[in-house]
Ligand binder design. Structure first.
Ligand code: GTP
Ligand code: MG
Length: 196
């Protein structure tokens, strides 16, 4: 008999980056609910007040995800919770280039947390809202507008300073959309593999 592995994850990132949407997408897939886009579009969120704990089973794995508020006044909770998790998911809105420097500061201060640094807690960075700017279904004018605001994967890596993170720290940047689900389960799969 082998006990079910539990994966305890901290889900952080600036407010409005799409953490709760991404998590809802993952969980609803598990419930076999969001098979078609009609249902996916029904996912609607509101700003997370403080934090919320979401637990779900995926095959043999039990996920325990702390979905944190990204609002400024709640961000000091991230450091505290980072001392109690096995992995971190850091969500960035690729259309929010105005606040990418703030996202970098928050990521770097997480990386400076003693337990994150010493235990080399793996971090997946979701370069989220990838559906904006690349969507084919937007008309050309809209598409151009979004594209000019959207950060490329390379821009995200540079702006967050990913390549200067300690080589021993497991870090992965994953292009994602919490609305369509692109990259979401892949990101969590990577975390799962990085933890074991
Ligand atoms: P806080 O709880 O306040 O920290 O925010 P959050 O990071 O949990 O953001 P939330 O999931 O509530 O999403 C914020 C807004 O972004 C909502 O209007 C979502 O519909 C939208 N959104 C989230 N993910 C995506 C995405 O991948 N693509 C697009 N186009 N919109 C998204
Ligand atoms: Mg939220």
């Amino acid at each position: 008999f082998k006990p079910k592995p539990i994966r305890t994850i901290l889900l952080v990132g600036l407010n409005n980056s799409g953490k709760t949407t991404l998590l809802c997408n993952l969980v609803s897939k598990m419930l076999d609910y969001a098979r078609d886009m009609e249902n996916v579009e029904q996912i609607s969120t509101c700003p997370t007040p403080g934090l919320s704990l979401v637990e779900f089973q995926q095959g043999r794995i039990k996920w325990r995800v702390w979905d944190m508020s990204g609002q400024g006044r709640f961000r000091n909770l991230w450091a505290y919770y980072s001392g109690h998790v096995q992995g971190i998911a850091f969500c960035v809105d690729v259309t929010d280039s105005d606040r990418i420097a703030t996202a970098r500061d928050e990521l770097q201060s997480l990386l400076d947390q003693p337990r994150v640094r010493d235990m080399k807690i793996p971090i997946v960075i979701f370069a989220n809202k990838a559906d904006l700017g690349n969507a084919d279904d937007l008309d050309e004018a809209d598409n151009d507008k979004n594209k000019s605001k959207s950060l490329s994967m390379e821009n995200v890596r540079m702006a967050l300073g990913v390549d200067s993170i300690n080589q021993n720290q497991k870090v992965k940047v994953m292009s994602s959309s919490g609305l369509t689900g692109t990259g979401v389960s892949e990101g969590f799969q990577w975390l799962n593999d990085a933890i074991r």
